[in-house]
Design a protein around this ligand. Sequence first.
Ligand SMILES: Cc1cc2nc3c(=O)[nH]c(=O)nc-3n(C[C@H](O)[C@H](O)[C@H](O)COP(=O)(O)OP(=O)(O)OC[C@H]3O[C@@H](n4cnc5c(N)ncnc54)[C@H](O)[C@@H]3O)c2cc1C
Length: 162
Amino acid sequence: MLTDKAQVVVIGGGATGTGILRDLALRGISGILVEQGDLAHGTSSRFHGLLHSGGRYAVKDKDAARECIEENLILRRIAPNCIELTGGIFIQLPEDDPEYTKRWISSCAEAGIDCEETDVQQLIKVNPVLSPDIIRLLKSRMLPLMDLGFSGAMLIQPPLRG
Ligand SMILES: Cc1cc2nc3c(=O)[nH]c(=O)nc-3n(C[C@H](O)[C@H](O)[C@H](O)COP(=O)(O)OP(=O)(O)OC[C@H]3O[C@@H](n4cnc5c(N)ncnc54)[C@H](O)[C@@H]3O)c2cc1C
């Protein structure tokens, strides 16, 4: 039902706005969402679907890596229907510094991002598109895919219905 009385007005129905509206509702704060187009009308309908693990920040920005993995785990808990646990792989090619891979593994462990060494040849057999030049291959279960219905799903969760 439309109402002109709300404690908070959220402008924009993308991932940020819908997430904020959900959070407000869970805290018992009334909110109204104003969107110029449709839900996920902007950037949120164009994203690649990667739910970042924080792995890409693990070496250079530990705080960002930790924040990523914490948010990753929250989203997996509150919107499991939007998330496919595909996992992700990180590779070392001949031109990459092997010391960086070592630092990356220890930084991931510090940030709480799981990764395990996987047999390169075995994975190339299953995924023949992978480069035969790969030297090391690390698999993480924490790099799943999120579907484009995420913004809508934020608004139809049980606490928000009715
Ligand atoms: C090509 C691409 C790929 C990406 N891939 C990934 C990825 O794989 N993983 C990842 O985590 N992130 C990814 N991102 C980033 C991610 O998509 C954005 O960070 C996220 O969608 C931003 O959401 P938002 O709600 O802040 O903005 P938006 O989705 O842009 O939402 C803003 C909304 O506000 C509305 N609006 C604006 N002004 C007004 C107004 N005056 N009145 C009413 N409504 C208004 C717009 O219509 C829009 O719907 C990607 C981004 C791009 C461009």
